[in-house]
Design a protein around this ligand. Structure first.
Ligand code: GLN
Length: 765
């Protein structure tokens, strides 16, 4: 009998029930009991669905009120001491997630970081030599027993101890960052806690426990791999008759394979969708000791129907390598990263819908694969239906636009390059723009006020006409322009009040994109995103932003910049087609953006900013794979932007902190002005620029927009002086570190006033 396994399930609820409950709890409108009741019913619904589908290994403890790493921090008693004043466990938990201010407590939140290469964010454990672990709660046991009481046997899922430590950040005894602190020195202590928990789960009768060790798909040192062995030797000794599964996902385990395969556990899990080399590793090195392997063949990161025939073939190949009864069919990773229920998407075109699978459909796919492995006849109907849906997708003219194909094929090297050199462009732009030294500008968006949101909603619901809505937006743009003039900024923006989201806004105006109504995916805590689905060749039927940029420019003599989202960011923040390479889809998007760039130039817009916040964060998990990615991602940015004259200035914005390791790529983008997120990591990026040199203009984010704090002028002067010591002051811009859309005007206006004063100070100096 082939077993089937699901490594994790979304927590948010098909209709975002968790968001409402949690936010209601924060606002005091939902009581703790009601919150817990919502959580229980979401868990039960998920377990029941997987049970009914016939899944053998059903995950529990994948529910979370906020984040599973935070759950682990709470469970192992690793809340930093500053949270000690909390009123109860749940409020301490939320204080770590969001910070808290009250009579007994006033604390900032834990740092939040992207979960591997997904758009999910986790809270970073703060660990120091003073950290002492203890089993502070028994959430995994409680949820296991809760499922059992409902008649469902589940497999508790834990973040593995090695991943927990390696995802943490080191601190010294005084609470300062200490990136040299050896996080693995805490492993023995942590294992005591995990072993205690495991013994409880074993005693309660858990048949399987899954440990997630996704850090194994990143570059790892021999010491880290040795720690993995020590960890599972210890845990295996505590497991009794409970079987242990060590799961990996998001990529190839490469040099970790042999260590993983030798662990004294009962099964390992491999991602066979993103991990292209995992199958080969399995075939080459085998799997000793009668272990099982969970073959992650159903894609947990994308929304397409699985090719069941191809998956069966893969699973059979694995069976041939390790023994047929050793294969467990599974999803490539937790289904956390896909929307929940496709059946809710009644507005989607039925043909497109027939090509898709959300979490609930993926569960069925895994179950069908499990049955088909035992007896192909038992799943004959499903396999046939799957074949015909795939066939319809393959042959559908909707996915294929000959004009786009032809255009991509006929791009030449010259399309990727500006005409003039950096110096020629700089001279032409100086002449045209006549800006002072230390020019001031913003990243694009101005505060999205409640009025803006209301007006957008009313337009979407048909309660105001398109004309009324446009009138509202024009008035908004005029206000933003006048405000910037009054503050004294040099390069103005229109404020982006017409945009809901920097990807959705463009996707809605491009061919080849589809939008769902309920296709939410958790981004962090109660925040969810609804990524568009790129199903076909991408083209731009008409201008997307020219109207707003030209309107804004008509109101002022100062230069207004056009504002676009770059191709790599649109790609990385969408569900993209899996029937062609990402680079191919990216080139199509790049050409669509290029048309917009050229149209903006023709409409007289002198500066065009093309944002690429996701270019850095999209780098592959293994450094060996970076050159291949950067090798098409950077050229795609250039393809999007190189169509303009020398005297049109291309700006870009990236907002990832660790840029030091990709400075060559940043430079290769050939943006005339790069406006960077820097407010929180100045020293680090400055070193990079000092060592490497940089020949184009730079703005290094002089204040942090993620905080409501209004920074004083001299603080920004200080940052500018630091930057001017490293970078030619004639090439320096003055800007906040990111868009202002999440801020209020109360903070934005004084902060920008101080920023302009800081620039004036630098000009006098
Ligand atoms: N132009 C966008 C804004 O200001 C850029 C935001 C981003 O890149 N994250 O909102």
């Amino acid at each position: 009998m082939a077993l089937s396994a699901i490594p994790g399930y979304p927590r948010i609820g098909a209709r975002r029930e968790l968001k409402r409950a949690v936010e209601g709890y924060w606002d005091g409108d939902v009581g703790r009991e009601e919150l817990e009741e919502t959580a229980r019913s979401l868990r039960l619904e998920a377990w029941t669905r997987m049970r009914d589908a016939g899944i053998d290994l059903i995950p529990s403890n994948t529910f979370s009120y906020y984040d599973h790493v935070l759950d682990t921090i709470a469970m192992v008693g690793a809340a930093p001491p500053r949270y000690a004043g909390g009123d109860n466990d749940l409020d301490t938990y939320f204080a770590m997630a969001r910070g808290a201010q009250g009579e007994r407590i006033d604390v900032t939140a834990l740092e939040m970081v992207k979960w591997f290469d997904t758009n999910y964010h986790y809270l970073v454990p703060e660990l120091s030599p003073a950290t002492r672990f203890r089993l502070a709660n028994r959430k995994p046991l409680d949820e296991y027993l809760e499922a059992r009481a409902a008649g469902i046997e589940t497999m508790p899922v834990l973040l593995g101890p090695v991943s927990f430590l390696l995802l943490a950040r080191g601190f010294d005894a005084d609470g300062n960052h200490d990136d040299d602190f050896d996080l693995l020195s805490l492993l023995p202590d942590l294992l005591d806690v995990y072993a205690e928990l495991l013994a409880l789960l074993a005693e309660a009768g858990a048949q399987w426990v899954q440990f997630d060790e996704p850090v194994l798909v990143q570059d790892r040192t021999p010491e880290e791999l040795a720690a993995l062995t020590r960890a599972y030797e210890r845990l295996a000794a505590a497991a009794g008759s409970t079987k242990l599964l060590v799961n990996t996902y998001f990529g190839d385990v490469d040099e970790a394979y042999r260590t993983l395969a030798e662990l004294p556990v009962d099964a390992i899990g491999l991602d066979l969708v993103r991990g292209r080399r995992n199958l080969g590793l399995l075939q080459r090195f085998g799997l000793p000791g009668g272990k099982h392997v969970v073959a992650g063949v159903v894609d947990g990161r994308n929304v397409w129907l699985n090719d069941l025939g191809a998956s069966l073939a893969t699973v059979r190949e694995i069976g041939a390598a390790v023994g047929e009864d050793r294969v467990i069919v599974g999803a490539s990773c937790s289904l956390l990263h896909v929307p929940i229920e496709l059946d809710l998407e009644t507005d989607l075109d039925p043909e497109l819908r027939s090509w898709l699978a959300f979490a609930n459909q993926k569960i069925e796919e895994v179950a069908v694969l499990g049955r088909a492995l035992d007896d192909p006849n038992s799943a004959a109907d499903e396999l046939a239906a799957n074949r015909s849906a795939l066939e319809s997708r393959r042959n559908s003219p909707r996915t294929f636009n000959p004009a786009v194909r032809k255009r991509v094929d006929s791009t030449t090297g010259a399309d990727y390059d500006r005409d003039g050199s950096v110096e020629e462009r700089r001279a032409a732009q100086r002449m045209r723009l006549g800006l002072p030294p230390f020019p001031t500008t913003t990243i694009g968006s101005f505060p999205q006020t409640p009025e803006i949101r209301r007006s957008r909603r009313r337009h979407a619901n048909g309660r105001i006409t398109a004309e009324e809505y446009e009138g509202f937006l024009e008035a908004e743009i005029e206000q933003v322009i006048r405000l910037q003039e009054r503050i004294g900024l040099d390069v103005l923006v229109h404020g982006e009040s017409e945009r809901n989201d920097m990807v959705e806004y463009f996707g809605e105006q491009l061919d080849g994109f589809a939008f769902t109504r309920f296709g939410w995916v958790q981004s962090y805590g109660s925040r969810n995103v609804k990524p568009p689905i790129v199903y076909g060749d991408v083209a731009r039927p008409g201008a997307m932003t020219v109207r707003w940029a030209t309107y804004a420019q008509s109101l002022t003599d100062r230069p207004v910049k056009g504002m676009l989202t770059g191709p790599v960011t649109i790609l990385n923040w969408s569900f993209i087609r899996d029937d062609q390479p990402r680079s191919e889809t990216c080139r199509q998007i790049a050409l669509a953006i290029r048309d917009e760039v050229v149209d903006l130039e023709a409409a007289g817009i002198p500066i065009i900013q093309v944002d690429e916040p996701a270019l850095r964060e999209g780098v592959p998990l293994r450094t060996a794979d970076w050159p291949a990615y950067l090798g098409w991602a950077v050229p795609c940015f250039r393809l999007a932007t190189a169509g303009v004259r020398d005297d049109t200035q291309i700006q870009s914005h990236m907002c990832y902190v660790h840029l030091g390791d990709v400075l060559d790529a940043v430079s290769d983008m050939e943006a005339d002005v790069m406006l960077l997120f820097n407010a929180r990591s100045d020293a680090e990026s400055l070193d990079g620029f000092r060592d490497r040199g940089y020949d184009k203009d730079l703005g290094l984010g002089v204040y942090d927009i993620h905080s409501p704090r209004v920074p004083p002028t001299d603080e920004m002067v200080g940052r500018l002086e630091e930057a001017a010591a490293v970078i030619d002051p004639a090439h320096l811009w003055v800007n906040p570190d990111c868009g202002l859309k999440t801020r209020r005007y109360e903070e934005t206006v004084p902060s920008l006033e101080h920023m302009v004063e800081a620039a004036q100070h630098m000009r006098r100096a």
